[in-house]
Write a protein that binds this ligand. Structure first.
Ligand SMILES: Nc1nc2c([nH]c(=O)n2[C@H]2C[C@H](O)[C@@H](COP(=O)(O)OP(=O)(O)OP(=O)(O)O)O2)c(=O)[nH]1
Ligand SMILES: [Mg+2]
Length: 138
């Protein structure tokens, strides 16, 4: 089982950074939350700070664990560990991706996601609208 950290990065407008894996990579052409494999002894937060600097040239601040999802790709099994993060600074320069978007939560359903990401995407979509107070029953 490979441990992979993924960052759900929000900007000041509440949009989320998503990226398409470029040709030649596993899951090529599919959209993901940027990140990568944990190095030995590394925490997911430290991994994400490093990966986003390496892969996109930006600085982020991971602030909250979002969820884990184990997925079997047949040849590899991955444990995807997602964290919410805040975009801090830097101009995006792509190395492992061929496209990126700042997407509104409701737009996330329009993309062809890496299968391991689907549960995260569904949760982000369902958290789109806050539940009205009166329907919470108190
Ligand atoms: N970063 C990332 N990887 C994901 C996501 N969903 C998903 O299935 N993966 C898979 C693709 C890869 O098989 C595996 C490892 O991710 P990766 O290719 O980004 O790892 P890495 O940055 O360390 O790069 P490399 O050494 O494999 O080139 O995780 C996701 O949302 N983010
Ligand atoms: Mg990566």
């Amino acid at each position: 089982m490979i441990e992979v950290a993924a960052a759900i990065i929000e900007n000041d407008q509440g949009q989320i950074l998503i990226a398409r894996r470029k040709k030649g990579k596993s899951q090529e052409g599919m959209w993901e939350f940027p990140g990568g494999k944990l190095e030995p002894g590394e925490s997911p937060e430290t991994c994400l700070i490093r990966e986003l600097q390496e892969e996109m040239g930006i600085e982020i601040i991971p602030y909250e664990w979002f969820g884990n999802n184990e997925h079997d790709y047949g040849t590899v099994q991955i444990k995807l560990i997602a964290y919410m993060a805040k975009y801090s600074q830097g101009e995006i320069k792509l190395t492992d991706h061929d496209e990126y978007r700042w997407a509104g939560r409701s737009e996330l359903s329009e993309y062809d996601w890496a299968p391991a990401d689907i549960p995260f995407v569904e949760r982000l979509l369902s958290l789109r609208h806050p539940i009205p107070r009166e329907s919470l029953g108190s």
